[in-house]
Design a protein around this ligand. Structure first.
Ligand code: IDP
Ligand code: MG
Length: 139
């Protein structure tokens, strides 16, 4: 069993598709073991995306991620890190497979509806970035 972090981004919250996205995770065998809605501060968004600080899209990404509330999730399941990424689809929704979240709900390479941790190591770091142990309910 693995745990991974996902974030429903401000564009998807604005589109009112939180429930549809949660259902994709559940229907594909992942359990929601932690969830909270919050509005990222600039400081927290910058820190979360620090790996991208040299990328040309970094400041735009921070602006987008702080433009409205997000729903932060911890997901649990077999191969949860990989499975979550499969359910999400490619970063660029134009490359995303049919039936993936990004194919159905993204509107640009930036406004791509969801975040998912990219490795088990980062999943651990990212889950603890947002959740205390007493806010996570493995089962
Ligand atoms: P990922 O979310 O699929 O792991 P990353 O490369 O880690 O993709 O990029 C983080 C986020 O930055 C993406 O989800 C997307 O919102 C944004 N992003 C990535 N590449 C670009 C780009 O070329 N232009 C604008 N935004 C981008
Ligand atoms: Mg990434």
């Amino acid at each position: 069993m693995q745990q991974t972090l996902s974030i429903i981004k401000p564009d998807a919250i604005e589109k009112n598709v939180i429930g549809k996205i949660l259902a994709r995770f559940e229907e594909n065998g992942l359990k929601i073991i932690a969830a909270k809605m919050l509005h990222l501060t600039e400081e927290k968004a910058k820190k979360f995306y620090m790996v991208h600080k040299e990328k040309p899209f970094y400041m735009d990404l921070v602006k987008f991620m702080t433009s409205g509330p997000v729903l932060v999730l911890a997901l649990q399941g077999k191969e949860a890190v990989k499975k979550c990424r499969e359910i999400m689809g490619a970063t660029n929704f134009k490359d995303a497979k049919e039936g993936t979240i990004r194919k159905d709900f993204a509107s640009s390479i930036e406004r791509n509806a969801v975040h998912g941790s990219d490795s088990l190591e980062n999943a651990k770091i990212e889950v603890s970035f947002f959740f205390n142990n007493n806010e996570i309910f493995p089962r």
